[in-house]
Design a binder for this molecule. Structure first.
Ligand code: UDP
Length: 377
């Protein structure tokens, strides 16, 4: 069977990587990989293909730096052309970006079955473009791959046919478990930055609700200026622009904050695993922290990864000064406890991608992916 894969943004390359590696080993499956170009800097895109030994995408549409409507519209037009040329048996879209939605819409309009990887997540926060993208994509997908029972239940509550759901673990867990040893061996980022293991916090920030809101961004950065801890901060290109637009540059000049460009995957894993804790508004990083047994402080008002909270691996602090400071203090005061922690991973055993590839083939061979009319739910 031929699967048409659509990606475009950093986390998508990572969550696809174990699946692509497994597809390369699978004689029954052929794939075509379209990169929309949504992320285009070398350190936000091509570095991941090199580090993860992935073949380069078959095509890169180079569509980026536009409004949401322009991105989705322009991507759809080009994706439609490529779909007609390739005529695949199914279209695989991971995650919740504009590339995900554009791919799912273009494919479903042409009656190609859409397979959504990382389906069923809900923050119930429609300020997030990701929430819109994931919900719409789920409702036009024919195979919905979920990472936990909560995600499957969310889909059932919304009336999705149970037969279309396939619950496994998370392929981001597969990716990190396949790469952590390599990162420990190959990365020299700690040395380069003059850092010692477990003596710094790692920070990432890129969500629209934080970085496109001057008040929230300012509060977060001010708070981090007021703490003593060393903070390593790879600055996302979107946030770099906002810091400039809002004239907040002074707030990342403080000597306890080490700003760097976004790093490759191996350096980032090394920074994660050696940190005391990770402060983030990223989705993927909350799961990676849990997988690496590093406590996470999430700079958001909600999370779709609620299992991380239930387990005690993550705390939600919003963009509130006192809550951020108290979470940092709580972790510093309990460092010995966290150094020995070994959380049970709710997102699988690191073997999800193999199960996913096998299940896609099975469903295809059993005609389960065919688009029918008059489906009885
Ligand atoms: N990541 C990276 N370098 C960085 C920051 C993040 O390789 O400087 C990786 C990280 O390990 C994770 C993914 O990027 O796998 C998370 O992407 P991001 O936070 O952009 O997206 P989200 O998960 O929020 O959709």
């Amino acid at each position: 069977m031929k699967v048409f894969i659509i990606s475009g943004a950093r986390p998508q390359f990572i969550k696809l990587s174990p699946i692509i590696q497994d597809m390369l080993e699978e004689p029954k499956m052929d794939f075509y990989h379209l990169h929309t170009g949504q992320h285009f800097d070398e350190n936000m895109s091509s570095i991941f293909f090199q580090e993860l030994s992935l073949p380069p995408p078959d095509v890169n549409l180079n569509i980026h730096s536009q409004t949401h409507a322009q991105l989705v519209g322009n991507m759809m037009i080009k994706i439609e052309e490529k779909l007609k040329e390739e005529d695949p048996d199914a279209v695989l879209v991971p995650g919740d970006t504009d590339s995900t939605l554009a791919g799912a819409l273009a494919a479903s309009k042409l009656q190609y079955p859409v397979i959504h990887l990382e389906s069923g997540l809900r923050s119930y926060d429609f300020r997030m473009p990701e929430e819109i993208n994931r919900k719409l994509t789920d409702h036009i997908s024919r195979m919905l791959i979920t990472t936990s029972m909560t995600a499957s239940e969310n889909l059932l509550k919304e009336g999705i046919n149970k037969r279309w759901i396939f619950e496994t673990g998370d392929t981001m867990v597969d990716a990190i478990l396949r790469n952590v040893k390599k990162a420990k061996k190959q990365s020299s980022i700690l040395k380069k930055l003059g850092l010692k293991s477990k003596e710094y916090f790692l920070l990432t920030l890129h969500r629209k609700e934080n970085v496109d809101n001057k008040g929230r961004l300012k509060t977060i950065l001010e708070t981090l200026n007021e703490v003593e801890e060393t903070i390593v901060y790879p600055v996302h290109p979107r946030t770099k622009n906002r810091i400039k637009d809002y004239n907040l540059g002074d707030l990342i000049e403080n000597e306890n904050i080490i700003t760097i460009d976004p790093t490759g995957y191996l350096d980032f894993i090394s920074l994660e695993v050696n940190s005391m804790s990770i402060l983030t508004d990223s989705g993927g990083i909350q799961k990676e922290a849990l997988t690496l047994n590093v406590p996470c402080i999430t700079l958001r008002d909600n999370t779709e990864w609620i299992e991380t909270l239930e387990i005690g691996a993550n705390q939600l602090v919003g963009a509130e000064k006192e809550r951020i400071k108290s979470a940092i203090k709580q972790i510093k005061d309990n460092l010995d406890h966290y150094k020995n922690i070994n959380w049970e991973n709710p997102y699988g055993d690191g073997k999800s991608s193999t199960k996913i590839v096998n299940e896609i083939i099975k469903r295809y061979e059993e005609h389960e992916l065919e688009i029918e009319t008059n489906i009885m739910i």
